[in-house]
Ligand binder design. Sequence first.
Ligand SMILES: C[S@@+](CC[C@H](N)C(=O)[O-])C[C@H]1O[C@@H](n2cnc3c(N)ncnc32)[C@H](O)[C@@H]1O
Length: 242
Amino acid sequence: MGYFSSFLQQTDDRLLTKWLHYFEVYERELTRFRDRPVSFLEIGVFKGGSIPMWKGYFAEGSRLTFVDIDPECTCLAEDGTTVEIGNQADPAFLRELAQKHGPFDVVIDDGSHICPHQVASFEGLWPHVLDHGVYIVEDCHTSYWPGFGGGYRNEASFIEYSKRLVDRMHSWYTDQDALFPFDPIAKEILGVRFYDSIVVVEKHNKKEPPATLTARDGQVKLSRRALQVRGRRSAFSGRDGS
Ligand SMILES: C[S@@+](CC[C@H](N)C(=O)[O-])C[C@H]1O[C@@H](n2cnc3c(N)ncnc32)[C@H](O)[C@@H]1O
Protein backbone atom coordinates (compact mmCIF):
# COMPACT_ATOMS: atom_id res chain seq x y z
CA MET A 1 0.00 0.00 0.00
CA GLY A 2 3.09 2.30 0.05
CA TYR A 3 2.06 4.96 -2.47
CA PHE A 4 -1.65 4.68 -1.79
CA SER A 5 -1.49 4.92 2.01
CA SER A 6 0.63 8.05 1.86
CA PHE A 7 -1.63 9.53 -0.84
CA LEU A 8 -4.72 8.89 1.33
CA GLN A 9 -3.14 10.81 4.23
CA GLN A 10 -2.62 13.82 1.95
CA THR A 11 -5.99 14.04 0.19
CA ASP A 12 -7.69 17.43 -0.14
CA ASP A 13 -11.41 18.25 -0.31
CA ARG A 14 -11.94 16.26 -3.53
CA LEU A 15 -13.68 13.10 -2.33
CA LEU A 16 -12.15 9.77 -3.38
CA THR A 17 -14.35 6.70 -3.25
CA LYS A 18 -12.93 3.16 -3.62
CA TRP A 19 -13.37 -0.13 -1.74
CA LEU A 20 -10.51 -0.76 0.69
CA HIS A 21 -9.43 -4.05 -0.87
CA TYR A 22 -8.96 -2.45 -4.33
CA PHE A 23 -5.62 -0.95 -3.32
CA GLU A 24 -4.01 -4.38 -3.05
CA VAL A 25 -5.32 -5.19 -6.52
CA TYR A 26 -3.90 -1.93 -7.88
CA GLU A 27 -0.49 -2.84 -6.41
CA ARG A 28 -0.62 -6.25 -8.08
CA GLU A 29 -1.93 -5.12 -11.43
CA LEU A 30 -0.51 -1.63 -11.94
CA THR A 31 2.96 -1.51 -10.39
CA ARG A 32 4.55 -2.61 -13.65
CA PHE A 33 3.12 0.45 -15.44
CA ARG A 34 4.85 2.95 -13.18
CA ASP A 35 8.35 3.02 -14.67
CA ARG A 36 7.45 4.87 -17.89
CA PRO A 37 4.81 7.32 -19.13
CA VAL A 38 1.56 5.52 -19.91
CA SER A 39 -1.80 6.26 -21.42
CA PHE A 40 -4.48 5.84 -18.74
CA LEU A 41 -8.27 6.12 -18.83
CA GLU A 42 -10.67 6.03 -15.89
CA ILE A 43 -14.44 6.04 -16.41
CA GLY A 44 -16.14 7.71 -13.42
CA VAL A 45 -14.95 11.00 -11.89
CA PHE A 46 -17.63 11.82 -9.28
CA LYS A 47 -15.94 14.40 -6.96
CA GLY A 48 -12.54 14.04 -8.63
CA GLY A 49 -10.60 12.39 -5.79
CA SER A 50 -9.03 9.76 -8.01
CA ILE A 51 -7.57 12.35 -10.42
CA PRO A 52 -4.65 13.42 -8.16
CA MET A 53 -4.24 9.83 -6.98
CA TRP A 54 -3.56 8.50 -10.48
CA LYS A 55 -1.61 11.61 -11.48
CA GLY A 56 0.82 10.98 -8.62
CA TYR A 57 0.90 7.22 -9.21
CA PHE A 58 1.95 7.12 -12.84
CA ALA A 59 5.19 8.50 -14.28
CA GLU A 60 5.63 12.11 -15.34
CA GLY A 61 4.50 12.57 -18.93
CA SER A 62 1.66 10.02 -18.70
CA ARG A 63 -1.55 10.87 -20.55
CA LEU A 64 -4.40 10.67 -18.04
CA THR A 65 -7.98 10.82 -19.29
CA PHE A 66 -11.12 10.72 -17.15
CA VAL A 67 -14.72 10.32 -18.28
CA ASP A 68 -18.03 11.12 -16.63
CA ILE A 69 -21.59 11.62 -17.79
CA ASP A 70 -21.97 14.60 -15.45
CA PRO A 71 -20.88 17.88 -17.14
CA GLU A 72 -20.03 19.33 -13.72
CA CYS A 73 -16.99 17.06 -13.66
CA THR A 74 -15.28 19.11 -16.38
CA CYS A 75 -13.96 21.61 -13.84
CA LEU A 76 -12.20 18.83 -11.90
CA ALA A 77 -9.48 18.38 -14.52
CA GLU A 78 -6.05 19.50 -13.40
CA ASP A 79 -2.76 20.08 -15.24
CA GLY A 80 -1.71 17.09 -17.27
CA THR A 81 -5.16 15.46 -17.11
CA THR A 82 -8.28 15.68 -19.28
CA VAL A 83 -11.91 15.16 -18.32
CA GLU A 84 -14.26 14.19 -21.15
CA ILE A 85 -18.03 14.20 -20.74
CA GLY A 86 -20.04 11.37 -22.25
CA ASN A 87 -21.97 8.18 -21.71
CA GLN A 88 -19.89 5.05 -21.24
CA ALA A 89 -22.67 3.02 -22.87
CA ASP A 90 -22.58 5.04 -26.11
CA PRO A 91 -20.41 3.34 -28.77
CA ALA A 92 -20.06 6.56 -30.80
CA PHE A 93 -18.76 8.47 -27.76
CA LEU A 94 -16.32 5.64 -26.96
CA ARG A 95 -15.04 5.62 -30.55
CA GLU A 96 -14.40 9.34 -30.47
CA LEU A 97 -12.78 9.07 -27.03
CA ALA A 98 -10.42 6.34 -28.21
CA GLN A 99 -9.53 8.27 -31.36
CA LYS A 100 -8.71 11.36 -29.32
CA HIS A 101 -6.93 9.82 -26.33
CA GLY A 102 -6.16 6.17 -27.10
CA PRO A 103 -4.71 3.66 -27.38
CA PHE A 104 -4.52 2.92 -23.65
CA ASP A 105 -2.15 0.98 -21.43
CA VAL A 106 -4.65 0.95 -18.58
CA VAL A 107 -8.44 1.38 -18.57
CA ILE A 108 -10.41 1.42 -15.30
CA ASP A 109 -14.20 1.29 -15.45
CA ASP A 110 -15.45 2.89 -12.22
CA GLY A 111 -18.51 4.44 -13.85
CA SER A 112 -22.18 3.51 -13.52
CA HIS A 113 -21.49 -0.14 -12.56
CA ILE A 114 -24.58 -1.08 -14.58
CA CYS A 115 -23.85 -4.39 -16.29
CA PRO A 116 -24.91 -3.51 -19.86
CA HIS A 117 -22.85 -0.30 -19.56
CA GLN A 118 -19.81 -2.29 -18.40
CA VAL A 119 -20.21 -4.66 -21.37
CA ALA A 120 -20.69 -1.78 -23.85
CA SER A 121 -17.57 0.00 -22.54
CA PHE A 122 -15.48 -3.16 -22.67
CA GLU A 123 -16.58 -3.89 -26.24
CA GLY A 124 -16.01 -0.31 -27.34
CA LEU A 125 -12.63 0.14 -25.66
CA TRP A 126 -10.97 -3.31 -25.67
CA PRO A 127 -9.80 -2.83 -29.30
CA HIS A 128 -8.02 0.33 -28.09
CA VAL A 129 -6.08 -1.36 -25.27
CA LEU A 130 -2.38 -1.68 -26.09
CA ASP A 131 -0.46 -4.95 -26.21
CA HIS A 132 0.25 -5.97 -22.59
CA GLY A 133 -2.24 -3.37 -21.36
CA VAL A 134 -5.01 -4.08 -18.85
CA TYR A 135 -8.74 -3.43 -18.78
CA ILE A 136 -10.06 -3.27 -15.22
CA VAL A 137 -13.74 -3.30 -14.25
CA GLU A 138 -14.57 -2.31 -10.68
CA ASP A 139 -17.59 -2.97 -8.45
CA CYS A 140 -18.50 -6.18 -10.28
CA HIS A 141 -20.57 -7.22 -7.24
CA THR A 142 -23.33 -5.30 -9.04
CA SER A 143 -23.44 -8.39 -11.28
CA TYR A 144 -25.34 -9.97 -8.38
CA TRP A 145 -27.82 -7.08 -8.07
CA PRO A 146 -30.90 -7.15 -10.34
CA GLY A 147 -31.20 -3.37 -10.06
CA PHE A 148 -27.89 -3.03 -11.95
CA GLY A 149 -28.77 -5.49 -14.72
CA GLY A 150 -27.31 -8.41 -12.77
CA GLY A 151 -28.67 -11.19 -10.55
CA TYR A 152 -27.21 -14.59 -9.70
CA ARG A 153 -26.08 -16.29 -12.93
CA ASN A 154 -27.87 -13.68 -15.03
CA GLU A 155 -26.34 -14.12 -18.51
CA ALA A 156 -26.45 -10.35 -18.98
CA SER A 157 -24.27 -9.62 -15.94
CA PHE A 158 -20.68 -8.51 -16.36
CA ILE A 159 -19.42 -11.42 -14.27
CA GLU A 160 -21.17 -13.90 -16.60
CA TYR A 161 -19.82 -11.96 -19.62
CA SER A 162 -16.32 -12.27 -18.12
CA LYS A 163 -16.75 -16.01 -17.53
CA ARG A 164 -17.61 -16.32 -21.22
CA LEU A 165 -14.40 -14.40 -21.99
CA VAL A 166 -12.59 -17.27 -20.25
CA ASP A 167 -14.24 -19.69 -22.70
CA ARG A 168 -13.47 -17.43 -25.66
CA MET A 169 -9.81 -17.19 -24.58
CA HIS A 170 -9.67 -21.01 -24.75
CA SER A 171 -11.45 -21.33 -28.09
CA TRP A 172 -8.10 -22.33 -29.68
CA TYR A 173 -8.35 -25.72 -28.04
CA THR A 174 -11.85 -27.08 -28.41
CA ASP A 175 -12.67 -29.70 -31.00
CA GLN A 176 -16.37 -28.91 -30.81
CA ASP A 177 -16.45 -26.40 -33.66
CA ALA A 178 -20.21 -26.35 -34.11
CA LEU A 179 -20.93 -25.84 -30.42
CA PHE A 180 -17.92 -23.67 -29.63
CA PRO A 181 -16.32 -22.03 -32.68
CA PHE A 182 -12.93 -20.31 -32.71
CA ASP A 183 -13.22 -16.73 -31.48
CA PRO A 184 -10.52 -14.29 -32.69
CA ILE A 185 -10.39 -12.66 -29.24
CA ALA A 186 -8.36 -15.75 -28.23
CA LYS A 187 -5.52 -14.07 -30.13
CA GLU A 188 -5.65 -11.07 -27.82
CA ILE A 189 -6.19 -12.26 -24.24
CA LEU A 190 -3.29 -13.22 -21.99
CA GLY A 191 -5.54 -13.72 -18.99
CA VAL A 192 -8.79 -12.91 -17.26
CA ARG A 193 -8.28 -12.42 -13.52
CA PHE A 194 -11.13 -12.40 -11.03
CA TYR A 195 -10.72 -10.58 -7.72
CA ASP A 196 -13.47 -9.75 -5.22
CA SER A 197 -15.54 -7.22 -7.20
CA ILE A 198 -12.85 -6.60 -9.84
CA VAL A 199 -12.25 -8.24 -13.21
CA VAL A 200 -8.94 -7.64 -14.99
CA VAL A 201 -8.48 -8.60 -18.64
CA GLU A 202 -4.89 -8.43 -19.89
CA LYS A 203 -4.11 -8.05 -23.55
CA HIS A 204 -1.38 -9.91 -25.35
CA ASN A 205 -1.45 -9.80 -29.12
CA LYS A 206 -0.38 -13.31 -30.09
CA LYS A 207 1.15 -13.59 -33.52
CA GLU A 208 1.09 -17.38 -33.37
CA PRO A 209 -1.33 -19.91 -31.85
CA PRO A 210 -0.19 -21.52 -28.57
CA ALA A 211 2.54 -24.14 -28.86
CA THR A 212 3.73 -26.90 -26.57
CA LEU A 213 7.42 -26.82 -25.71
CA THR A 214 9.63 -29.87 -25.18
CA ALA A 215 13.25 -29.66 -24.09
CA ARG A 216 15.79 -32.47 -23.88
CA ASP A 217 19.60 -32.50 -24.16
CA GLY A 218 19.57 -28.76 -24.69
CA GLN A 219 17.23 -29.09 -27.68
CA VAL A 220 14.06 -27.01 -27.51
CA LYS A 221 11.17 -27.94 -29.77
CA LEU A 222 7.84 -26.24 -30.31
CA SER A 223 4.76 -28.02 -31.60
CA ARG A 224 1.21 -27.06 -32.43
CA ARG A 225 0.14 -30.61 -33.13
CA ALA A 226 -2.36 -30.61 -30.27
CA LEU A 227 -4.29 -27.88 -32.09
CA GLN A 228 -3.70 -29.13 -35.64
CA VAL A 229 -4.95 -32.68 -35.03
CA ARG A 230 -8.23 -31.19 -33.92
CA GLY A 231 -8.59 -29.61 -37.35
CA ARG A 232 -8.69 -26.15 -35.89
CA ARG A 233 -7.50 -24.50 -39.06
CA SER A 234 -9.51 -21.41 -38.18
CA ALA A 235 -7.13 -20.71 -35.32
CA PHE A 236 -4.23 -20.46 -37.78
CA SER A 237 -5.81 -18.01 -40.19
CA GLY A 238 -6.62 -14.29 -40.20
CA ARG A 239 -8.28 -12.25 -37.49
CA ASP A 240 -11.77 -13.22 -38.59
CA GLY A 241 -10.92 -16.90 -38.20
CA SER A 242 -11.98 -17.54 -41.85
C1 LIG B 1 -18.19 5.57 -8.35
S1 LIG B 1 -18.25 7.17 -9.03
C2 LIG B 1 -16.58 7.40 -9.57
C3 LIG B 1 -15.64 7.51 -8.42
C4 LIG B 1 -14.25 7.95 -8.78
N1 LIG B 1 -13.63 7.12 -9.80
C5 LIG B 1 -13.39 7.87 -7.53
O1 LIG B 1 -12.51 6.99 -7.46
O2 LIG B 1 -13.57 8.70 -6.62
C6 LIG B 1 -19.14 6.87 -10.50
C7 LIG B 1 -19.27 8.03 -11.48
O3 LIG B 1 -19.75 7.47 -12.71
C8 LIG B 1 -20.54 8.42 -13.36
N2 LIG B 1 -21.43 7.76 -14.32
C9 LIG B 1 -22.64 7.20 -14.07
N3 LIG B 1 -23.18 6.72 -15.22
C10 LIG B 1 -22.28 6.98 -16.21
C11 LIG B 1 -22.26 6.73 -17.60
N4 LIG B 1 -23.28 6.11 -18.21
N5 LIG B 1 -21.19 7.13 -18.31
C12 LIG B 1 -20.15 7.78 -17.71
N6 LIG B 1 -20.12 8.03 -16.38
C13 LIG B 1 -21.16 7.64 -15.63
C14 LIG B 1 -21.28 9.13 -12.24
O4 LIG B 1 -21.69 10.42 -12.67
C15 LIG B 1 -20.27 9.12 -11.11
O5 LIG B 1 -19.61 10.37 -11.04
